[in-house]
Design a protein around this ligand. Structure first.
Ligand SMILES: Cc1cc2nc3c(=O)[nH]c(=O)nc-3n(C[C@H](O)[C@H](O)[C@H](O)COP(=O)(O)OP(=O)(O)OC[C@H]3O[C@@H](n4cnc5c(N)ncnc54)[C@H](O)[C@@H]3O)c2cc1C
Length: 509
């Protein structure tokens, strides 16, 4: 197949196959009827070229002997003109792009030289494009014959639970920049007790043994495939977006364990600590430090007028009173300029002009929704003003039959919590199974929001529980969450031992 891209028709790819001529569009879902996979490769080649060169005149993606010859014929014709040409030759057996060639016809070499001087960027960017294409590979393993392909983007709470649930029913690929699933609500305990993280950082391969993990960020999607930043092209029949929050955690689990050690040392060697942000992360961290290191002076600065703005005012007041009783100084309605923050001189200035002395600081604010990468994709119009994906009652992205979104990234009006993300995963697993078994659309399960609550830990023994009808603070909520931080429970839900066997690498130690 040969794909011909014209820069002036940015969203159109002409595919000329041995069986005739087809128009494929890169944006509205009309796909080549009998050469889907090659159409995908062509589209990726083209989108990469477009992204990196903008000015590439024409681009071919070829597969098979006859199209290859045909493409060279085209190439010869085109060499007579003053255009840059990229030829992408897909290996016949292998899955990687074999060669990338730039056409520079000797008779017009002087013209190219002039162009090289006038617009060197064309050539630089073309060579970047060529490198990218050469490094682009199809998903490494062959698809499982007879099984539908599900691609899950995001290995947080929602994505990991879904991957675990559907792994035996389909050919499942999980794309996540980390090689592990981290239980988010255990993170702050791991800062004061680094060994805690050995149980809460779970390798994806421990609970997801029947699927494929690609450790990379997803960077783009089309109607049939997901492109990752490390150059994988992953085709799908069903796609699930679960990129709740952007995450800058290290790729390797061992690095993350070291990170907790370093954070722990930071606290141990400090007399005074500043926490910036009074959401659940800031409040839980202040609680952990106040309980485990009561001798340290802790200051918490929060931009909002009350702590924990995702819960009601009663819960906010109770949290404030608890922290104050533990000698944490809480400053509300002020911010600390994150760009000028440094531990060097130990003085931090707030927006209200106050100076806070601290030996170190922790930023617990500004976690972004993980949807920035979607802004240039086919789903860009389905992002609401907050960057959340708009979903229908079946948790499918609005306007798409085979693309779902789950977890914190959805625009569903409900509290954003992990246990709710797992509910999304369960509903989606059932809907995927129904669709894969060619069940009726009318039988798809509808997701219903229910009564919800929030539970914030306050050190090792206490907590704050907000339910629709009451708010409790103290030992009872602490008993539910703060001892083990739901780690044993979560591990069991992932099909793992609550306590992994000592020194057993495969079980998460
Ligand atoms: C301090 C704290 C305490 C909490 N306590 C509780 C609690 O007690 N109970 C509870 O139910 N909930 C709790 N929550 C909320 C809960 O953690 C979230 O609701 C939950 O993590 C949402 O899950 P998710 O899968 O949607 O997103 P996340 O868990 O944020 O996962 C998103 C995943 O997507 C990945 N990702 C992002 N961008 C890309 C990309 N481009 N390509 C590939 N992967 C990508 C990320 O690396 C990450 O792995 C707490 C949250 C915090 C911060």
């Amino acid at each position: 197949m040969i794909s011909l891209y014209r820069p002036e028709q940015a969203d159109q790819v002409f595919c000329i196959s041995e069986k005739g001529r087809h128009l494929v569009t890169t944006s509205d879902g009309v796909s080549n009827k009998y050469c889907d996979e090659d159409a995908d490769i062509a589209k990726y080649a083209l989108s990469l070229s477009l992204w990196s060169t903008r000015r590439v005149g024409l681009c071919f993606s070829v597969c098979g002997v006859a199209p290859l010859l045909l493409s060279y014929l085209w190439l010869q014709l085109l060499r007579l003109s003053f255009v840059l040409v990229t030829v992408v030759h897909r290996g016949f057996r292998g899955s990687s792009f074999g060669t990338v060639e730039m056409a520079v016809h000797p008779p017009i070499l002087p013209l190219h030289l002039i162009r090289l001087v006038v617009r060197p960027i064309d050539y630089v960017s073309l060579s970047i494009s060529a490198t990218l294409l050469q490094n682009t590979t199809m998903a490494s393993e062959e698809p499982i014959i007879g099984k539908k392909r599900i691609v899950i983007v995001g290995g947080g709470v929602a994505g990991s639970f879904l991957a675990k649930t559907v792994q035996l029913d389909a050919d499942v690929t999980l794309i996540d920049p980390k090689e592990y699933f981290e239980i988010p609500w255990a993170n702050l305990r791991s800062i004061v007790e680094p060994s805690f993280a050995k149980r809460s950082l779970i390798r994806h391969t421990d609970y997801f043994k029947d699927g494929r993990v690609i450790t990379s960020h997803a960077s783009n999607i089309t109607e049939t495939g997901v492109l990752t930043t490390d150059g994988h092209l992953v085709p799908y029949d069903y796609l699930v977006i679960a990129t709740g929050h952007a995450n800058s955690a290290p790729k390797a689990r061992t690095e993350k364990l070291q990170h907790y050690e370093a954070e722990h040392q930071k606290i141990k060697s400090a007399d005074s600590i500043l926490i910036i942000g009074g959401g659940p992360t800031g409040v839980e961290l202040a609680g952990e430090i106040a309980v485990d290191f009561p001798e340290k002076r802790v200051t918490l600065v929060h931009r909002g007028s009350r702590l924990l703005e995702f819960v009601g005012t009663k819960a906010s007041t109770k949290a404030l009173d608890w922290l104050t009783a533990k000698k944490v100084e809480v400053i509300l309605g002020q911010s600390v300029n994150l760009n000028s923050v440094s531990d060097e001189n130990g003085i931090y200035r707030t927006s209200g002009g106050e100076n806070i002395e601290a030996d170190c600081h922790f930023v617990c604010a500004g976690q972004q929704i993980g949807s920035a990468w979607l802004k240039e994709t086919i789903l860009k119009d389905m992002l609401d003003m907050h960057g959340r994906l708009m979903v229908d009652e079946n948790l499918r992205v609005k306007g798409w039959n085979n693309i779902f979104a789950i977890g914190d990234i959805t625009d569903i009006q409900e509290i954003k919590q992990g246990y709710i993300a797992t509910k999304h995963a369960s509903v989606t697993a059932r809907n995927l199974k129904l669709l894969m078994n060619e069940g009726k659309e009318s039988k798809l399960e509808k997701y219903k929001t229910g009564l919800s609550g929030a539970l914030v830990s306050l050190g090792r023994k206490e907590g704050l529980l907000e339910l629709p009808f009451m708010t409790i603070i103290g030992c009872i909520p602490g008993y539910i969450k703060s001892g083990d931080m739901f780690v044993g429970k979560t591990r069991k839900e992932m099909g793992l031992e609550s306590f992994p066997v000592e020194n057993d690498e495969s079980s998460g130690n």
